[in-house]
Design a protein around this ligand. Sequence first.
Ligand code: FES
Length: 318
Amino acid sequence: MNDTLQVLVRQIRFEGKGINSYELTDPDGGELPPFTSGAHIDVHLGDGAVRQYSLSNDPEERRRYVIGVLKDDGGRGGSSTLHRSLHVQDVIAISRPRNNFPLADDAKKVILLAGGIGVTPLKSMAHSLQRAGVDYELHYCAKDPAFTAFEDEMRRFADQGRLHYHFDGGDPTRGLDIAALLADPAPGTHVYYCGPSGFMKACEGAARAWEAGTVHFEHFKAPDVAIEALPAGAFQVEIASSGRLIDVGADESIADVLNREGVPVETSCQSGLCGTCKTRYTSGTVDHRDYILDDGERGEYLTLCVSRCDSERLVLDL
Ligand code: FES
């Protein structure tokens, strides 16, 4: 299936300091492929670069995707390129929506924790929860109001008493006490969080006592530690269907080697964030380095773009 769509940049809005939203529509005004809250799209930036952005709007809106993009001058350059080069009426290539961060359908209550631009998937979830009549609260943490996005649409959540802003002036100790908020895991309550790495760490620590399967998160950027992480040693990959053995060097990814050797595997983020390269394996001791698979999945799947193998051989179900 061709995973790529052409969409029209219909509107670009200033949302907050350094934050623009981009409304993408079908060039002929038709409906777009459906999505569910928590989904993201790949945006092809030209020159081969691809970046992932969460959809922020209500999944019931079938004629537009809205992404929020914070210009991150310290990042890999994707957000700066997007801010600089995308214009209203451009037609760009994106992927169909994929969802690695879906809402559980059996939650009695949902706590959404957003750090900065991490609000984008959680805003979409708030739309869905509101519509479904599920009890939820959305906590939006930011430095100050100038750094928040989607003010108009957020007002309806605030008016319902669902949205709580927490401004820390740049000092996280003055912001939301996440540990206190998550101190008492409640049966049937699910927690979702997304934000920058310090925020993610605070949420992870605060949710440690929560039951498995009730805590969900998505990194929008690989944590700093991963950027510095070096690959482990070399190993061999076996393709289960053919028995072919392929060597993977210490300084190359499994995905790159397979593609070079004529075993095509699809990749997107190349950072263990999007799930595009998720593949089943049948044996081997995997050193998982992704940010999306949970412990249950890791016994069966790995991401080919970042994960390594600690044993001599890794057998892939390809
Ligand atoms: S390409 Fe995104 S997780 Fe591997």
